[in-house]
Design a protein around this ligand. Sequence first.
Ligand SMILES: *Cc1c(COP(=O)(O)O)cnc(C)c1O
Length: 342
Amino acid sequence: MAKKDINWSELGFGYVKTDKRYVSDFRDGKWDEGRITDDDMITMSECAGVLQYAQTIFEGLKAYETNDGKIVTFRPDLNAERMMDSAKRLEMPEFPKERFLDAIRRVVDANRDWVPPYGSGATLYIRPYMFGINPVIGVKPAEEYQFRTFVTPVGPYFKGGAKPITVKISDFDRAAPKGTGNIKAGLNYAMSLHAIVTAHNEGFAENIYLDPASRTKIEETGGANILFIDNDGNVVIPKSDSILPSITRRSLAIVAEKYLGLKVTQREVFLSEVFEGNFRECGLCGTAAVISPVGRINDHGKEFTFASGMDEMGQTTKKLYETLTGIQMGTVEAPEGWIFEI
Ligand SMILES: *Cc1c(COP(=O)(O)O)cnc(C)c1O
């Protein structure tokens, strides 16, 4: 066993085919025992449910090498639970939590050589997903499903430091009030593609979506939750039933309270509050970047620049970032149950 010969710190966020993946099939009302395979290709009917009606859900988490050479993942039990919630909402069979954790353990273990070394800044991204695979032409749930997990090494999210980004208030909506915004389904991303390409063409890094009913409250971006630091240095997190419950954001809330002694409030956040200057820092939270600092928000030409500015991550955001990544990499003691050793 030897690490792959890869220039880890130069890796981007792209798919690199690794050696092994995990597959389990759901047929005749039950999951089979599952297997590790070399085969990265999927053969399915031209009429497979996933191809016709987008019946597919996914998860995303990472494996890290810690400072003492262990390979760990971060709170995978929450990914397992969230995937069960996603499955219920799309009328798919749940992949049991213990099975999910076993799949993560086996697929990471089978690809140990692909786990980037401690200190490289790179990580092993893990992608569990499930989709309807039998032919479906009348609109109804599939009867057969496949659950798969592959891994791919990804480079440091911030090469040469985290530069604050400028985000726009989108003219498109992400999630209807009683829609599917709170589950991790491919369909939420398909419909965000036009909005993100539009934002990029206009020179913005990301879209902030507002609540579609009133278009006054901040929800999240296409793939990350938002948090604010108010002028007293406390954390404010937007609340809405259509926000995807980010594991990073939920963990940061605990880090803020328990490690940094900050007050954390989850409540509706109005866009007008941003322009009134109620917040001095803003960050986007997700597995990929942990926190990506937002320096400026543009609402149809009207701009607000946070006090933290466009040069570096805000002070409090930085402390949150460093504490959480320290917990993940083993240099800061983790709360009970957060680290799952492979
Ligand atoms: C995956 C995802 C996030 C981030 O969730 P994490 O569990 O922190 O990775 C945030 N918003 C959306 C819409 C997502 O799909």
